[in-house]
Design a binder for this molecule. Structure first.
Ligand code: B12
Length: 218
């Protein structure tokens, strides 16, 4: 198992580095077949895609590289997410969460991981997708009677939109109805405090623990 596991995890890493959708998909399927923890498989790919992002940031890679790595990751992610949900089936409903990536930002992978893990942990999750306007968050919180709002932002230019959403909730008089957690590569603990969010975490498993803590379920 150990040799096979190492090979599969290595192939997942390689698939992201070489933009190989097929290798990503097949390796994800093998990971599930072999009973590898899907979170471990997601971690390996997350590290690899961030390295691609760093190289892009240094001007060593280009947008098509981000697209290639992202396509490869998104070939594997649904298989692993399905397994995460399967492992978490039959949990008791803990709370109602509205999730989305903020307006101006189309990065979806981390936000979707957060949604999946919250669902697997027993939360009722309403994922609004990406590029979500403040008004849409407000409407969804009212419609689903949510008690948690989780916002993702990956860019320094869009994390400020999280503050705009919080201000909109205050203006609508519903700020105190929800606990607000924020995350995504551009967000920090200090920033979360500055904008008046209730919590921040840098990982998707951490988002689940935070959500439980915020509603007093842990
Ligand atoms: C893949 C990618 C893309 C893909 C996205 C595809 C998709 N469907 O998501 C594509 C190619 C489309 C893309 C486009 C762009 N990108 Co881009 N992208 C990335 C990259 C390489 C990886 C992002 C990712 O998926 N990471 C993996 C996931 C798992 O990590 P994550 O999202 O951070 O989520 C984790 C945690 O943050 C946390 N989390 C996430 N959300 C939440 C929410 C809560 C509540 C909590 C608690 C936790 C939490 O949990 C997750 C799992 O642990 C990053 C590099 C990086 N270091 O992040 C650049 C990066 C984010 N992109 C960048 C840029 C500049 C762009 C573009 C502007 C490029 C361009 N010139 O067009 C466009 C922006 C388009 C837009 N308007 O949004 C920059 C942003 C720079 C900045 N600081 O502002 C980065 C940092 C690259 C860089 N170093 O320059 N990108």
């Amino acid at each position: 198992m150990n040799d096979e596991k190492t090979t599969i995890l290595e192939n997942l890493r390689k698939a992201i580095q070489t933009y190989d959708n097929n290798l990503a998909l097949e390796s994800a399927k093998k990971a599930v077949e072999l009973g590898i923890d899907p979170l471990e498989a997601l971690d390996v790919m997350t590290v690899a895609i961030r390295e691609i992002g760093d190289a892009f940031g240094r001007g060593e890679l280009w947008l098509p590289d981000l697209v290639g790595a992202s396509d490869a990751m998104q070939s594997a992610v649904p298989i692993l997410e399905e397994e995460i949900k399967r492992r978490g089936e039959n949990r008791e409903a803990l709370g109602i969460v509205v999730v989305g990536t903020v307006f101006g930002d189309i990065h979806s992978i981390g936000k979707t991981m957060v949604s999946t893990l919250l669902t697997a942990a027993g939360f009722e999750v309403h994922d609004l997708g990406v590029n979500v306007h403040a008004k849409k968050f407000v409407d969804a919180i009212k419609e689903y009677n949510a008690n948690i709002l989780a916002m993702s932002a990956l860019m320094t230019t869009t994390c400020v939109e999280q503050e705009n959403v919080i201000k909109t909730l205050i203006n609508e008089g519903i700020r105190d109805r929800v606990k607000i957690m924020v995350g995504g590569a551009a967000v920090t603990e200090e920033f979360a405090e500055t904008i008046g969010a209730d919590g921040y975490d840098s990982t998707a498993p951490g988002a689940v623990e935070l959500a439980k803590k915020l509603i007093g379920a842990s």
